[in-house]
Design a protein around this ligand. Sequence first.
Ligand SMILES: Nc1ncnc2c1ncn2[C@@H]1O[C@H](COP(=O)(O)OP(=O)(O)O)[C@@H](O)[C@H]1O
Ligand SMILES: [Mg+2]
Length: 161
Amino acid sequence: MQPFKAYLADESATDALGAALARALQPGLVIYLHGDLGAGKTALTRALLRAAGYTGTVKSPTYTLSEPYRVMLDGKPVNIIHYDLYRMASPEEFLDAGFREDFDGRNVCIVEWPEKGDPVLPPPDVRISLDVSGPGREVELQPLSDLGLLCLDRLAFVPPR
Ligand SMILES: Nc1ncnc2c1ncn2[C@@H]1O[C@H](COP(=O)(O)OP(=O)(O)O)[C@@H](O)[C@H]1O
Ligand SMILES: [Mg+2]
């Protein structure tokens, strides 16, 4: 499966990608977000949640590790759960918090620092990598399952210029 690549010249391009992803989401989708601190993982998630209709503040769940958002997708209520596992000390913490049960085929799960969830974090449908490049960001989206392929097939994204 070919990855989809784009250059996000500024934050408005990240916002546009988040909005396109929000329109392409499927219930049960698991997205891993890779990239260094400041690459734009939280910015992309925030843009996605805004476009999905969430109007409140979206902060990085740095200390809580997870934050759920209830939105409507295609007229149906869906939880989008945003994780930031950067500060997770051990895989047991993930299991003890009951996070594994969140990955139930209905919730959309978006995970920053998935590396920290190894080996208990369920596998992704889509892997997104963000890299600082000049003033902007290189982004790569890789489908890793049929559901991920469906999502990226539906993704209508042309970077703004
Ligand atoms: N395409 C882009 N080009 C330049 N700056 C961006 C772009 N997208 C996001 N940013 C900025 O990069 C920073 C990303 O921070 P954040 O989303 O918290 O990173 P992370 O969650 O990956 O640690 C923010 O200051 C945001 O304004
Ligand atoms: Mg972050």
